[in-house]
Design a protein around this ligand. Structure first.
Ligand code: ADP
Length: 495
């Protein structure tokens, strides 16, 4: 095994130019690569292997070859190996955190190190669920023994985004593997090395072929993976637009999909809410520490008119105190936007907001003046007031540090505004009135609804959206059973 230290640049350098196929680091079939850029400096981190159809074929063939023996292993043995991956990944959490910070620009202390930890925890959690892959017995006829058993679907294709690459990958591969499937992952082009390093660590524990990872671009590498005839299930996290493409590819083959797509998640702050708690929740909910690059981001905040001005003032003051800077510096709260394309997208929405006559843009925090970071993709977090809920900035997913605050006068109006969106991923409501809270949780059209808190996605809490936010849940036992197994009905006539 190649020796690594925890310096993220040498890690990336050692992994450069490789996929992970059949238990080994291998170059792309074509030998081609593409550059991965550090968004905090604009400097190259290394060249990643450019995956294409031939690489997909090799990875899927390896996964297919490995699948029968992997599925034949007692479930708890598989679970133990997956949990062991979690234990070893935990030992590497710091190095993985540093690597994801380098690739994505997410601050180490607030975002990237926690990602390294939750990644490991996800493997431990799913590893422990192996004995829950149970079927049922059915009282069909006394002379028949009738039951269902759960069988793996086969080779799973997983396509993942860059914002929380290792954790979102773990939410797919850990349950898929525990259920007896083998996996081929297509990492995001912005963050290939952290996922490759995870694969390499897992490769020391799992049999060759059980887990393969390819780097490359969407249409050239993700496309052939989604449509590959031997991929029996596709699981995707990313944009709505790409989700539709992946869904179509799966529909052609009639294989199941899980889609975790976008969001424009509302926070509804009722007149009796505890304002300080709501401001804390707004900071976590909006993922300001991740530059708002989250599909769950609370990017629409509906505040009762009585609290509106005080809420805006306190939120702006708190975000203003956050430190933007070098993602690897422990003092940094907020790092950078991931890529120039994403940077441009955020600027476009800020410009649209500026053009609205009633809008006020509260730009918070400060772009760092360190000359080493002058090529960095820093964007000041922005709290916008004065724009209506039907404005583009309040309707479209920006995936940047931009939130809108919109006043309302009565609870039903607040909830109606919250539901007036194409998305339905997450929602929070802030009130101490039990009746109001109960009505709100039943009324809000979202897959993940919280009252008086705003926790981030984590194993045990089923997560997934309604409306255009996706199909299916992830992160718990039911997700593993529903998305990574088939139920087979067996009737044994004993007469
Ligand atoms: P984002 O805009 O956040 O990058 P995308 O949906 O474009 O979201 O990307 C999420 C993942 O989907 C990435 O791994 C990307 O490479 C992949 N992807 C993009 N286009 C396609 C496509 N046509 N087919 C399959 N995968 C794709």
């Amino acid at each position: 095994m190649i020796r690594f230290d925890t310096d993220p640049e040498s890690l990336a350098g050692a992994l450069a130019g490789h996929h992970f196929i059949d238990g080994a680091l291998v170059p792309a079939a074509s030998g081609k690569t593409f550059p991965v850029i550090n968004p905090a400096t604009g400097a190259s981190i290394g060249e990643a292997a450019l995956g294409e159809a031939a690489d997909v074929d090799a990875a899927v063939a390896s996964a297919k070859k490995a699948q029968k023996a992997w599925a034949a292993m007692p479930a708890r043995e598989r679970g133990k190996l997956v949990a062991e991956c979690g234990r070893v990944l935990a030992e590497h959490a710091e190095e993985l955190g540093r690597l994801v910070a380098l690739e994505t620009g997410k601050a180490l202390r607030t975002e990237s190190r926690p990602e390294g930890n939750v990644l490991a925890d996800t493997f431990v959690y799913f590893g422990g669920l192996a004995s829950e892959l149970k079927g049922e017995t059915i009282p069909y006829k006394p002379e028949c023994l009738t039951m269902t058993v759960r069988e793996p679907v086969g080779v799973v294709g997983a396509i993942i985004p860059w914002n929380v690459p290792m954790f979102l990958m773990a939410l797919k591969i850990a349950p898929a593997l525990v259920a007896g499937n083998t996996v081929v992952v297509k990492s995001a082009e912005e963050a290939p090395f952290c996922c490759l390093r995870v694969a390499q660590i897992m490769g020391e524990i799992l049999p060759p072929g059980t887990f393969n990872i390819l780097s490359g671009f969407g249409p050239e590498c993700g496309g052939p993976l989604a449509s590959h005839p031997d991929v029996a299930k596709v699981t995707f996290t990313g944009s709505v637009e790409t989700g539709r493409i992946v869904y179509r590819a799966a529909a052609e083959k009639l294989v199941p999909v899980t889609l975790e797509l976008g969001g424009k998640s509302p926070m509804v702050i009722m007149a009796d809410a505890d304002l300080d708690r709501a401001v804390d929740g707004a900071i976590t909910g909006m993922r300001f520490t991740r530059q708002g690059q989250s599909c769950t981001a609370a990017s629409r905040m509906f505040v009762h008119r009585d609290l509106h001005d005080a809420f805006v003032e306190r939120l702006v003051a708190r975000v203003d105190e956050m430190v933007m800077g070098d993602p690897l510096d422990e003092a940094t709260d907020i790092g950078t936007i991931v890529s120039p394309q994403q940077f441009e997208r955020v600027q476009r929405f800020l410009k649209l907001a500026e053009e609205h006559p009633d809008a006020t843009l509260h730009r918070c925090s400060k772009v760092p003046d360190d000359p080493a970071l002058k090529g960095g993709l820093f964007v000041q977090p922005c709290v916008i007031t004065g724009i209506p809920n039907d404005h583009e900035v309040a309707r479209e997913e920006i995936f940047g540090p931009v939130t809108c605050i919109i006043p309302f006068d009565d609870p039903d109006e607040g909830l109606a505004l919250a539901n007036d969106t194409d998305y339905g991923l997450a929602a929070t409501v802030w009130t101490n009135d039990l009746k109001l809270a109960l009505n709100a949780v039943h009324t809000l059209e979202a897959g993940f609804v919280q009252v008086n808190q705003n926790v981030v996605v984590q194993p045990t809490l089923p997560y997934g959206g309604f409306k255009t936010s996706g199909l299916g849940k992830e992160a718990d036992l039911h997700a593993m059973l529903e998305h990574f197994t088939h139920r087979k009905t067996i009737i044994i006539n004993l007469s």
